[in-house]
Design a protein around this ligand. Structure first.
Ligand code: HEM
Ligand SMILES: *[C@@H]1O[C@H](CO)[C@@H](O)[C@H](O)[C@H]1NC(C)=O
Ligand SMILES: *[C@@H]1O[C@H](CO)[C@@H](O)[C@H](O)[C@H]1NC(C)=O
Ligand SMILES: *[C@@H]1O[C@H](CO)[C@@H](O)[C@H](O)[C@H]1NC(C)=O
Ligand SMILES: [Mg+2]
Length: 272
C-alpha cells in the first residue's frame, strides 16, 4: 500500500480498495446447496476473527470450520460463490491478511485481530483493543448500528455514515488513545460498504436490517429468513462508489496522527 494514497482524502485514495476498477465479468452463478453448508457454531478449538463476514463463511463451512489455513484464493473463491463479490474487491485485504501471520503463505482467522494491520479502533461491533476485547462481538457496541435508521426496515449509505459518525463521537470520549487517521476512516467505510452489499443490494447500498443484524449477532447467513445471494456482483467500481458515499455521509474528521500499516506481529503498531 502506498502511504501517499492514504494521506489525501481524494477519490483516487478511495480506489486503493480495488486494484482493478471495472471488473471481471459476472460469469459465476451461485447454486449453493445449503444442506451441504449448514450453520454450525464454532467448536472450542476453532478460530474466529473480528470479521463477521469471514466468521459467517467459516460457520457455514465455506471457509475451513477450524479457521486455519486461509489465503487469498480460498477467501476470494468463497466470497464470490456466497456473496457474488468479484475477486478485485477483496484482493487487498487478503494480502494484508498475510501480514498478520508469521507464516508467509497462510493465516488464521484469529491472526486477523492483529491491531493496526486491518483491525482498527471504532469498530461497529467490537471493543477497541486498548479498552478490552477487539475480537468478539459486543452487543453494547453494536447497539449503535442496531438502532440506526429508526422507522425504516433497512440500512443504507446515509444510515451507515451516521453510525460511523456516532461511533466515532463515542470512541473519542471512551478511548483517549484512539487511532483515527484516514486509514481507519477508509477501512471503516469499507466495512460498512461490505455489510450493506452482502446482505442487500450492492448497487443501491440498501440492506434489510434483519439480515444485517443476523450477520453480526449470529455470524450466520439468513437463508431461512429469505436472504439470497445478490444477483448483482459487487465489483471494484460499485464498492468504491459505496465507500465514497458512506465516507461523505460520515462527516469524518481525523484525530491526528499519521496513517500506518502494521507490517507483522513483531512490528510496531505505529511510527511514534
Ligand atoms: C467476505 C466478505 C467480507 C465481509 C462481508 C466483511 C465484513 C466486515 C464487517 C462488516 C466488518 C466490521 C466489523 C465491525 O466493525 O465490528 C469487518 C471487519 C473486519 N474484516 Fe471483514 N469482511 C469481509 C472480508 C474480509 C477479508 C477478505 C478480510 C481479510 C482477510 C477481512 C478482515 C476483517 C478484519 C480484520 C476486520 C476487523 C476490523 C475492525 O473492525 O477492527 N474481512 N468485516
Ligand atoms: C493511553 O496511552 C498512554 C501512553 O501510552 C497510557 O499510559 C495510557 O494508559 C493509555 N490509556 C488508555 C485508556 O489506553
Ligand atoms: C453532516 O453534516 C451535514 C451538513 O452540516 C449535516 O446535515 C448532517 O446531518 C451531518 N451528518 C452527521 C452524521 O453528522
Ligand atoms: C449476473 O448473474 C445473474 C444470475 O445469477 C444475472 O441475473 C445477472 O444479470 C448477471 N449480471 C451481469 C452483469 O451479467
Ligand atoms: Mg476493531
Amino acid at each position: 500500500m502506498h502511504f501517499r494514497t492514504l494521506v489525501s482524502l481524494s477519490t483516487v485514495s478511495l480506489s486503493i480498495f480495488a486494484a482493478k476498477v471495472g471488473g471481471v465479468p459476472n460469469s459465476s452463478e451461485s447454486s449453493v446447496d445449503w444442506d451441504v453448508y449448514p450453520w454450525m457454531a464454532p467448536g472450542p478449538n476453532d478460530l474466529r476473527s473480528p470479521c463477521p463476514g469471514l466468521n459467517a463463511l467459516a460457520n457455514h463451512g465455506f471457509l475451513p470450520r477450524d479457521g486455519r489455513g486461509l489465503n487469498g484464493p480460498v477467501i476470494l473463491d468463497a466470497s464470490q460463490k456466497v456473496f457474488n463479490i468479484q475477486p478485485e474487491v477483496l484482493t487487498l485485504p487478503t494480502k494484508l491478511g498475510l501480514l498478520t501471520s508469521d507464516d508467509p503463505v497462510s493465516f488464521t482467522l484469529d491472526d486477523l485481530k492483529l491491531h493496526g494491520t486491518i483491525e482498527h479502533d471504532t469498530s461497529l461491533s467490537r471493543q477497541d483493543l486498548a479498552l478490552g476485547d477487539n475480537l468478539h462481538f459486543n452487543e453494547e457496541i453494536f447497539s449503535t448500528l442496531a438502532n440506526a435508521n429508526p422507522g425504516e426496515s433497512f440500512y443504507d449509505v446515509n444510515s451507515a455514515g451516521e453510525v460511523m459518525y456516532q461511533r466515532l463521537q463515542q470512541d473519542i470520549v471512551a478511548n483517549p488513545n484512539i487511532t483515527n487517521t484516514v486509514k481507519e476512516a477508509l477501512l471503516r467505510s469499507a466495512d460498512s460498504a461490505l455489510y450493506l452489499s452482502v446482505m442487500g443490494d450492492p448497487s443501491t447500498g440498501k440492506a434489510p436490517k434483519k439480515f444485517v443484524q443476523i450477520l453480526f449477532r449470529e455470524e450466520r447467513l439468513p437463508v431461512a429468513e429469505g436472504w439470497q445471494r445478490s444477483s448483482i456482483p459487487l465489483d471494484g467500481k460499485t464498492f468504491n462508489s459505496l465507500i465514497n458515499s458512506i465516507m461523505e455521509a460520515s462527516n469524518w474528521t481525523t484525530s491526528g496522527g499519521c496513517p500506518w500499516v502494521r507490517l507483522g506481529p513483531e512490528q510496531p503498531v505505529s511510527i511514534v
